[in-house]
Design a protein around this ligand. Structure first.
Ligand SMILES: *Cc1c(COP(=O)(O)O)cnc(C)c1O
Length: 386
């Protein structure tokens, strides 16, 4: 590709998406039926957890996670907390978790007093399985992995470690709805998987999440923990037969949220295809530009859900300024978690790969409102140098 030919029409015919804001990093993906679905719920008898939540769980399960079971909750963080409780993690147990992720992956461990042992990143900002292996001790109970940006982790290797050392494998798939590993959807195999429907994720319910459980004997307990520790179905019979013997939470999804989720699910394939098309176009247009490498594009055995376009770049501050001057927003989105005091702060030299990429990763716009023309424009701006 000749870089000067990236633009297929004169520069001034590339309207930057919204002339006030420029090409922004994120924008919620609101499906066509969002308003009508919500209106229907508002006119019904159930607005809290009711039949729409059941329907959303069933449809999500059939599409992505079968035979594993789905439970809709108030956020992805709620789903992770429930997964950690169901894995019966105790104070003093150790979990191996990625140093680079949204803080939501790791904060629920602090609710429980579990010891977090961070693992370094690999070349694509996913958890480094070699490092994970070195960190396993007799106290280790679980490994959490995050499919960063939508790129599935090295699951075969993680599942093998889980089997060998009798550890739970928990997937934070907040970025990875629709991602596939060796032909199968993420969510269909590990002990626990979490999806997030927060405002800017592939599917949004405003805020919301899905807990996916493999062991069918844990499903009833999961439902009780979602709702104070009460068996909701027998309570709805209207008779007292519900002692509460375990402390639960108030983590359920509402029908208002689920109706939004159902609308998103209906359009999901189209939305994912749009994101994946943009991701591939970025790869194609940026591949010959010096000083920039798209992360996660080199695999053939897994399918990227294209939630984030992350690049490794030279002179990041200069590049961000250059993009800003051309109306293009960029940013880091997530930060290494050992930066935060709540996780005990940083020990220098522990994570050489994270150290090496810390000042070099950058997220570029990729969402429902970004067009192929926007990406041509971004590539043109990058190609001028920074
Ligand atoms: C969004 C996100 C979460 C948290 O989900 P919420 O629904 O906001 O609680 C967890 N992990 C990762 C990697 C995320 O991006």
């Amino acid at each position: 590709m000749i870089l000067d030919k990236i633009l297929e029409k004169p520069m001034n015919e590339y309207p930057v998406m919204d002339t006030r804001e420029g090409i922004v990093l994120f924008y919620p993906n609101i499906p066509a039926k969002a308003a009508s679905n919500i209106t229907e719920v508002l006119h019904s008898r159930w607005i809290g957890q009711g039949p729409k939540v059941d329907e959303f769980e069933r449809r999500f399960e059939l599409k992505f996670t079968y035979p594993n079971k789905c439970l809709a909750v108030g956020s992805g963080t709620d789903a992770l907390h429930l997964a950690y409780l169901l894995a019966d993690l105790q104070p003093d147990d150790e979990v191996i978790a990625p140093v680079f992720t949204c803080t939501a992956t790791n904060i629920p461990f602090l609710y429980m007093g579990v010891n977090i042992v961070f693992a370094d990143v690999d070349d694509n900002l996913n958890i480094d399985v070699k490092h994970v292996e070195q960190l396993i001790t007799p106290k280790t109970k679980a490994i959490v992995c995050v499919h960063y940006g939508g790129l599935p982790c090295d699951m075969d290797e993680l599942w093998a470690l889980g089997k060998k050392h009798n550890l739970f494998i928990i997937e934070d798939a907040a970025h990875a709805v629709g991602a596939k590993y060796k032909g199968r959807y993420i969510g269909s195999e590990s002990d626990f998987t979490m999806f997030s429907f927060q405002a800017i994720k592939h599917i949004t319910t405003g805020d919301g999440g899905m807990l996916v459980v493999k062991d069918p004997t844990l499903v009833e307990k999961a439902k009780r923990l979602r709702w104070f520790g009460i068996d909701r179905t027998s309570k709805q019979k209207g008779i007292w037969e519900n002692d509460i013997v375990e402390v639960g939470y108030k983590y359920q999804m509402t029908d208002i949220a689920a109706s939004l989720g159902l609308a998103g699910l209906e359009e999901f394939d189209e939305h994912l295809a749009h994101r994946q098309r943009l991701y591939r176009l970025y790869c194609e247009l940026l591949k010959d530009i010096p000083g920039i490498r798209v992360i996660g594009s080199e695999y053939t055995d897994r399918e990227h859900a294209a939630w984030l376009l992350t690049a490794e770049v030279d002179h990041r501050e200069d590049l961000m300024r250059h993009l800003r001057e051309h109306g293009i927003e960029s940013g880091q989105v997530h930060y290494r978690n050992d930066k935060y005091s709540i996780f005990g702060g940083r020990t220098p030299g522990q994570f050489p790969k994270m150290d090496a990429i810390e000042e070099r990763y950058l997220v570029l716009p990729l969402h429902a409102r970004v067009t192929e023309d926007d990406i041509r424009y971004i590539a043109y701006v990058l190609q001028k140098g920074w």
